[in-house]
Design a protein around this ligand. Structure first.
Ligand code: ZN
Length: 399
């Protein structure tokens, strides 16, 4: 059987190990046949690279369908202005939307991303996902702006999107809540029932902006202003008795599901502890640092998550709230502003943990025999160590 033998200065396997003097033996279909010592393989044909090898990256949170809004929304306006822009300005010509989605899919593949946890409110991205060599797990995201009387109506209309995903396009995915501030208890229950018989992960945006905290502590603030601006009646829609958004949401979700919380910019130690104690299965905290800087000009306190032993993964969010769709670029942002975190740790966030969050860790996410994880080459154009994650570090998928 024909195989490729690939080596580089160092190999990071995604599960905490840095291997030296090792060679990855790869089958034609991309499956890792073995990882052996350099002395065990003959000279030729050995592909030898300057730089480091990693598993293919996992983008644990994206909105491919919002790609056409690149550069349309101002930076630094705060989440509520951002949500308003997305809700009111997302319509565009079908051709423009489709072209942007295709370009974004190719951008991610070129940046070494092999799997994506992708949010869909509509079916615009499904054709591209069906044709892509990237594995997409689609979260059909539902919200009712806390209008419980409207919950069933919204659920039914998003359910059509879910049926199209699974039926027409035969893509993997399931229904999920949008965020604590936009999902009523009634809609949470419909979602719980919908997911009861599947073992898919459940993803949700969480604690991204101070107004989300205001809503639960005071029952008012920017979110109520936004909803009333949309013409909604918020007089009895605010869930009472919850000291924080995460408590409200998790008490309406199922702890036995793999749960993926996205952003978490404002989570403090008590929130993290509460969620970790609540979780009965895998709990993953996805950070999208560039989007947090784009929208809110702030980052999560990664130290809190580290101290709690929380499992972190990385997402790009959409091109509406980011300049690129690159997991490597997200790693660079984290390394720049939070250099307390080590390279091996960030690689694990970018690969294995993301695969676990999407329940794909049996196939991808780490360089191990029997997996088909994709292989990325990272090198620094200025000849520095790629582990420093300087701006000049580049990525190229080798398969
Ligand atoms: Zn998002």
């Amino acid at each position: 059987m024909k195989t490729r033998k690939i080596t580089a200065d160092r190999i990071y396997d995604g599960i905490g190990n840095c291997l030296e003097d090792k060679v990855i033996v790869l089958r034609e279909d991309g499956e890792i046949a073995d990882i052996v010592g350099k002395s065990q393989v003959g000279e030729a044909p050995l592909e030898r690279y300057e730089g480091i090898l990693t598993p293919g990256f996992i983008n644990a949170h994206c909105h491919l369908e919002l790609s056409h809004m690149k550069r349309l929304v101002d930076t630094g306006t705060g989440l509520m202005a951002f949500v308003k822009d997305v809700v009111t300005r997302r319509n565009a010509e079908e051709e423009t939307i489709q072209q942007a989605i295709k370009t974004a899919d190719r951008e991610m593949a070129g940046n070494g991303i092999v799997a994506v946890g992708d949010i869909s409110n509509v079916s615009d991205s499904f054709q591209t996902k069906a044709e892509s060599n990237i594995h997409y797990h689609t979260f059909v995201e539902m919200f009712d702006f806390l209008q419980k009387k409207e919950a069933q109506k919204h659920f039914d209309s998003y359910n059509k999107v879910l049926k199209e995903l699974r039926g027409t396009y035969e893509l993997a995915g399931n229904a999920v809540p949008h965020a604590p501030y936009s999902v009523s208890e009634k809609l949470f229950k419909l979602l719980r029932d919908e997911n009861r018989h599947s073992d898919h992960p459940v993803s949700m945006h969480n604690m991204e902006t101070p107004s989300e905290l205001d809503l639960f502590s005071t029952g008012g603030g920017e979110i109520v202003d936004l909803y009333e601006g949309f013409g909604m009646d918020c007089s009895d829609c605010i869930p009472g008795g919850f000291s924080s958004p995460i408590k409200y949401a998790l008490q309406n979700m199922a702890p036995e599901k793999t749960t993926v919380l996205v952003h978490n910019t404002l989570c403090g130690p008590a929130d993290i502890k509460f969620a970790e104690q609540w979780a009965g299965a895998g709990l993953y905290w996805v950070t999208c640092p560039s989007a947090n800087l784009y929208i809110e000009n702030r980052l999560p306190r990664y130290r809190y998550f580290k101290e709690a032993g929380a499992k972190m993964a990385i997402g790009t969010d959409s091109l509406t709230s980011n300049w690129t769709l690159s997991v490597l670029d997200e790693m660079k942002v984290i390394a720049k502003f939070q250099s307390q975190l080590g390279f091996e740790e960030l690689i694990q966030w970018a690969t294995f943990n993301g695969a676990c969050a999407l329940k794909l860790e049996d196939k991808i996410g780490s360089l191990e025999k029997g997996k088909r994880p994709g292989i990325n080459l990272l090198w620094d154009e200025n000849g520095e160590k790629p582990e420093q994650l300087a701006e000049s570090v580049k990525v190229r998928p080798l398969i």
